[in-house]
Design a protein around this ligand. Structure first.
Ligand code: SF4
Ligand code: SF4
Ligand code: SF4
Length: 307
């Protein structure tokens, strides 16, 4: 048997769902784990940051970074992993695009503190904690603003099958060959090319189980979303909310493509659409606001304030 491959798994600001999905490969872990020499995985094994700091540059073959880098500690870990690892994987949509935590960029940091600490409904006279905590960046920047990645593995979270495929390819020295199709490609629903008369919230009406949800008025962003999940929501009755981000090349603006598709299906006045779509940022840029054109402008504005 070949020598185990040195691997590091780091976590920035995130929910741990991506690593949970890795653990969810269940019995197949029995095949994968003996092939790994885990050098760092702070959430699972008792490694400290100084262990990672002590390894030689590029001495670890594969690094997976989950989450976005909001605190100084996250940013340090991200840069450190780039130094130590030969192949860096942006693991999950937070790491690839900023993820759901990136939606915090529609507020400034003081407004975030208000919601979290000062005016939190479960706390009276709340204060922002300040002792023994790392500094926090004023805005969520995409991880790619700090380091280059070799592989992007999006998903919120990436499916266990996708993780298994990717890790197995890496361990056998093969390239990770991911199909480029959008979610619509995997969707079993029929499209009749009929216009949308009214935009519906998911709880309104009862959707025809065989017809395209978007044509029925439910906002489904499957046409602009990378279908690495093989359409698991749309084939089970729920709309696609875009959790795998844009189709390759993943640098395109996912939300703009989704709005364009909605516009072509819904011949409604702009104001009518604006009133019917609640939370446009969360609907069209659910996992990739920081990497979008609008999100970039927001980040630049914050950077200009800091100069
Ligand atoms: S991509 Fe989704 S599942 Fe993964 S850490 Fe971010 S929020 Fe959690
Ligand atoms: S828009 Fe959604 S429901 Fe319609 S075909 Fe595409 S994935 Fe299926
Ligand atoms: S169908 Fe859409 S929301 Fe559901 S897992 Fe796939 S990409 Fe994510």
């Amino acid at each position: 048997m070949a020598d185990p491959v040195p691997i590091a798994m780091g976590q920035g600001s995130s929910c741990w769902g991506c690593f949970q999905s890795l653990v969810d490969i269940h019995l197949r872990l029995a095949d994968v784990l003996p092939a790994l020499d885990i050098k760092y995985w702070q959430a699972v094994a008792d490694f400290k940051l100084h262990h990672l700091e002590s390894y030689g540059d590029k001495s670890i073959v594969v690094g997976l970074y989950e989450g976005m880098a909001r605190t100084e500690e996250d940013i340090h870990l991200l840069k450190l992993m780039r130094e130590k690892c030969q192949i860096m994987i942006a693991f999950g949509s937070c790491s690839c695009f900023g993820g759901i935590p990136g939606l915090a960029n529609q507020y400034d940091i003081e407004e975030c503190y208000d919601v979290k600490f000062r005016e939190n409904k479960t706390v009276k006279g709340g204060k922002v904690p300040s002792e023994n905590l790392p500094g926090i960046a004023s805005v969520v920047k995409p991880n790619t603003d700090y380091i280059d990645f070799d592989i992007f593995l999006p998903g919120c979270p990436p499916t266990s099958d996708l993780i298994f495929t990717a890790v197995s390819a890496l361990l056998s020295g093969q390239p990770i060959d991911l199909p480029p199709h959008a979610v619509c490609h995997y969707c079993n629903r029929e499209k009749k090319e009929t216009p949308v008369e009214k935009i519906l919230r998911p709880y309104e009406g009862i959707a025809d189980p065989d017809r395209c949800l978007l044509e029925q008025g439910y906002i489904c962003v499957g046409s602009s979303t990378w279908g690495l999940c093989e359409g698991q929501c749309v084939n089970k009755g729920a709309t696609c909310r875009g959790c795998f981000g844009p189709t390759p090349p993943i640098t395109q603006d996912h939300g703009a493509a989704s709005i364009s598709m909605l516009g072509s299906y819904a011949p409604l006045e702009t104001e009518e659409i604006r009133q019917q779509v609640k939370d446009p940022l969360g609907t069209f840029w659910r996992v990739d606001y920081p990497t979008s054109h609008l999100g970039r402008m927001r980040i630049r504005r914050e950077e200009a304030k800091e100069k």
